[in-house]
Design a protein around this ligand. Structure first.
Ligand SMILES: NC(=O)c1ccc[n+]([C@@H]2O[C@H](COP(=O)([O-])OP(=O)(O)OC[C@H]3O[C@@H](n4cnc5c(N)ncnc54)[C@H](O)[C@@H]3O)[C@@H](O)[C@H]2O)c1
Length: 402
């Protein structure tokens, strides 16, 4: 049982890659992903998500990236960080998790440790143990991830990380601590995997609901010609008014997690409708803004419009569930060549796929500029022109005037 720890991180995306890079400095570590292109790029020290540079991706000699299942044979500590999306009908799509369990089923040995980090609902991790690893004596754990891509302050090392596991021998506990203390300086232990599963999913839902509340106020203020900025400034003078901003909610977590909770609650005979109304409001904002932009273009007979930002939020390249991207594509469909979008964060291949600009040649060509994502480099690049009223802006979320 007292074996040398050999780790495999399964799924090298926004969560898996930073986890892997923290661990491979100290342990023998395989970074495994089923996506061949991702492995090829990582081997060539290129991160399409633009979270890590060429230098960051230099591995220690004993570590490697791989898409071969046989490379997992020697590992004894597995960390699963695969996606947890939803189907178009909003039901949890557990196929990536199931597939990773099937892969591990081929390589797992008695006494191995499996930690899941993907966001799930209570009971799911244990159900996988029963379905896929029933005949093996493995140790199971769950450590939800709170990583915030694009955030250079709350980094993986500093974020408090919950680590939960079933009762196990002291040597296993020691190994779990060794591994997770390498990832984060702030570990919060729990003896209940189910409580940890629940705590993760509700963190994201709370944020989604709070933003939905602001989005609702925002839309009503706009419809009634009230100054939203001032309304919030006044309300914030009360000591317990919560400070959230309206905005387009996208990405892999907030638009998805309420449905995981909803599905779970339903299995317990509870209709968790409150969080779904938050989802509805946040999705409605896309149409509200679409209408605003269309009205402006039509009423002012505008000819050339530039959208700033298509990623799902500021400082990231991630386009998953991006409402800014949806808006751009819908406007492009309606107004064809009148609409351009520029996002310096996104990868060149994505830019080509969605026909966005990598560079803006002549600003004078545009008679309206619409910032939809608050990337820092937009403020650096355009703020002076904005202040001088050099170009016409539709700054829906007051990104420039904040
Ligand atoms: N992105 C975030 O900001 C964030 C933050 C906290 C938690 N999470 C959660 O972490 C999990 C992972 O999210 P992500 O954003 O890193 O996803 P991602 O899509 O960026 O990365 C997932 C990676 O897993 C790979 N993969 C898919 N199925 C696989 C399999 N069976 N075996 C091996 N590799 C496989 C994919 O090719 C991809 O490279 C999700 O549950 C998400 O909800 C994400």
């Amino acid at each position: 049982m007292n074996r040398k720890i050999k780790i495999a991180v399964i799924g090298l995306g926004y969560v898996g890659l930073p986890t892997y890079l923290r661990l491979e400095k100290k342990f023998i570590c395989v970074g495994f992903d089923i996506n061949k292109d991702r492995i090829y790029q990582l081997k060539n020290r290129f991160d399409v998500n633009k979270e890590f540079s060429f230098n960051d991706l230099k591995l220690n000699k004993k570590s490697k990236f791989s898409n071969k299942v046989s490379d997992l044979n020697d590992s004894n500590f597995y960390i699963i960080t695969v996606p947890t999306p939803i189907y178009p009908n909003k039901k949890p799509d557990l196929r990536p998790l199931e597939k990773s369990c099937k892969i591990l089923n081929k390589v797992i040995k008695n006494e191995d440790i499996i930690f899941f980090e993907s966001t799930v609902y209570p009971g799911l991790i244990r159900s996988f143990k029963n379905r896929y690893f029933k005949n093996k004596k493995i140790f199971l754990g769950y450590s939800p991830e709170r990583l915030n891509p694009g955030d250079k302050v709350n980094t993986i090392k500093k974020i408090k990380k919950i680590v939960s596991y079933d009762s196990c021998p002291n040597i296993i506990k020691k190994n779990i601590s060794k591994v997770y203390n390498t990832i984060s300086n702030n570990i919060v232990f729990s003896k209940s995997i189910e409580n940890a599963e629940m705590s993760k999913v509700i963190e994201n839902i709370q944020r989604d609901i709070n933003i939905a509340f602001m989005n609702e106020i925002f839309m009503v203020c706009k419809k009634s010609n009230l100054n939203f900025k001032e309304v919030i400034k006044l309300a914030k003078t009360k000591w317990n008014f919560l400070d959230f901003s309206p905005g387009l909610v996208g990405g892999h977590c907030l638009p998805v997690d309420p449905y995981y909770f909803y599905h779970y609650a339903k299995t317990k005979g509870h209709n968790a409708q409150f969080m779904l109304s938050g989802r509805k409001v946040n999705d409605e904002l896309e149409y509200f803004i679409f209408k605003k932009i269309v009205e402006k273009i039509k009423s002012e007979k505008l000819k050339k419009i530039l959208i700033l930002g298509v990623s799902y939020k500021a400082q990231v390249s991630d386009l998953r569930n991006s409402l800014a991207l949806n808006l751009y594509l819908k406007l492009k469909k309606k107004f064809k060549n009148k609409i351009n979008a520029y996002d310096p964060k996104i990868d060149k291949l994505q830019s080509k796929k969605f026909n966005t600009l990598n560079k803006i040649k002549k600003m004078n060509n545009y008679d309206l500029i619409i910032p939809l994502v608050n990337h820092k480099n937009f403020k650096n690049k355009f703020y002076r022109d904005y202040k001088k009223n050099k170009f016409k802006y539709l700054d829906i979320f007051n990104y420039f005037s904040k």
